[in-house]
Every structure is written in C-alpha cells, then in structure tokens.
Design a protein around this ligand. Sequence first.
Ligand SMILES: NC(=O)c1ccc[n+]([C@@H]2O[C@H](COP(=O)([O-])OP(=O)(O)OC[C@H]3O[C@@H](n4cnc5c(N)ncnc54)[C@H](OP(=O)(O)O)[C@@H]3O)[C@@H](O)[C@H]2O)c1
Length: 252
Amino acid sequence: MTNRTALVTGASRGIGRAIAERLAADGALVAVHYGSNKAAALETVAAIEAAGGHAFPVEADLAQQDGVDVLIDGLKEGLAGKPLDVLVNNAAVFGPGIDATEDEFDRVFRVNVRAPFFIIQKALPLLRDGGRIINISSGVTWFAVPEAVYAMTKGALNTLGRSLANTLGDRGITVNTIAPGITRSDMNTWLDDVPGAADGVAKIVALGRVGEAADIADAVAFFTTPDSRWVTGQVLDVNGGLYLGPRAPLHH
Ligand SMILES: NC(=O)c1ccc[n+]([C@@H]2O[C@H](COP(=O)([O-])OP(=O)(O)OC[C@H]3O[C@@H](n4cnc5c(N)ncnc54)[C@H](OP(=O)(O)O)[C@@H]3O)[C@@H](O)[C@H]2O)c1
C-alpha cells in the first residue's frame, strides 16, 4: 500500500477505525471519514500518525442530502491531486424493525445504501484503474434479526457489489463485500452490557468468541492486496463460523 491512498467511511470508531489503522500500517495515506464525532476521528488520525502512518480527517453527515458531495470535496482536498486506490464503504446506522416510521426508514437507507452508491459514483473519476472497492455488509442478510430495515440495506449492498463488479471489470477495478458477524463495537454495546451475552455469542460461533474489529480489518486488507486480484463480485462472511450448526452433538 506504500504510495497508495484509501478512503474509509465511518473510520472514527469501531470496525472503520480498525480498517483505517490497518491500511495506514500497510503504508496507505488514509482519508478518515466521520459523521459527527470529530474527537473520535482525530483519535484515529493520531493513532495512525503515532504508528508512523499518514491520514487526514473528512467530516460529512451522510444522512444529509449533500453529505456525499461534502465528503468528496474533503477527500479531494486531502488527496491534493493524488488518485484514490481503495474505497471502503463502512459507515452505517443500525435499526429499526417493522415499527419504523417513514422518516426512520429513509434515514437508514440514506446512510447505508444511498450514500455508498453515490460515494462510489462520485469517487469513480478519482479511482485509478485497477483500484479496489470494498463494501461492508452484514451476516443479517442470511440470518434473521428484528431490525428488518437495517437488514434490507445490507441486502442492497450485496446486490450492488455483484452488479458493479461486472460493470467495473473493464477498468480492472474489483468490487467485493465483507459481511461481518457479531463484532464488538459501539453498535453492539449489549455484548458488554448484558450479563452473559458475549458467552452466549461464543456458543454459536465455531471459533468460540465474539469478533473484534481487527478481525474484520485484516480481511478487508486482503482485498487491497495483489493476492486478491482474481476475486471480484463476492460476498465474504468474516464471522468466526457463525451459526454453522450445533456445536454439541445432537445425540450421543
Ligand atoms: N458491529 C457489528 O457486529 C457489525 C456486524 C455486521 C456488520 N457491521 C457493519 O460494520 C460497519 C461498521 O460498524 P461498527 O460496528 O464499527 O459501527 P459503529 O461503531 O457504530 O461506527 C459507525 C461509524 O459510522 C459513522 N456514521 C454513523 N452515522 C453516520 C452518518 N449519518 N454520516 C456519516 N457517518 C456516520 C460513525 O461516525 P461518527 O463517529 O461520527 O458517529 C462511525 O464512524 C457497518 O457497516 C455495520 O453495519 C457491524
């Protein structure tokens, strides 16, 4: 990743921060996008710089009509004429379910679907041929959760990746989707707040623990390397083996 550049949306916290730190450790100049938590974004940038890497923050509320344009303007300013090599669409909001209001429904779709779509569209002129697009989806497209609206947005991303991979192949750009399982972050505070929750999760994961942000970031890094050059249009579950089947024998 030396002399290369990356944009990671939602890089102020959680999985996005881990992805930004990993790509910067691999040598990329990283645009650390955030929605409103400037202090957290500056912490990500500081951590990257303390480790000898390079990064700059970009603020843009992706729930706003002009959010994507604000992001692209900030990205161009930070890149100062350099092309973009890697685009990671990671920012998202969680919830709600069948009791959603129309406004709530629209907000989740704006951040989780509309924004990644138009970020890709508007970043394409900056993205070099042979570049990489990685969208962060979720296992909730194949296991049921009550938050139907959130799950629907992730289904849309899986579909987007397959279509775009075919469209962008002519430019040598790969498009892949990562579907994390249950991963410790601010989106999942119940893992630490609800007694026994993390142990309960460990029982339905083949590798026997909750996922950490770095587990996801390392898989994202694979899609930025030459080793993944022949992989495009795929959804990769990165979840330690979630719900593979009963972990104890069904009968003795
Ligand atoms: N954690 C899990 O178990 C899990 C499982 C499957 C998939 N995922 C997916 O992994 C990705 C990262 O999740 P996470 O758990 O790391 O989430 P998180 O800790 O809640 O962080 C969310 C990130 O998105 C940004 N964001 C939220 N609303 C935004 C808005 N309106 N405009 C711009 N940015 C906004 C936040 O920025 P601010 O800090 O500025 O608010 C923050 O950087 C998401 O796509 C999520 O759906 C997570």
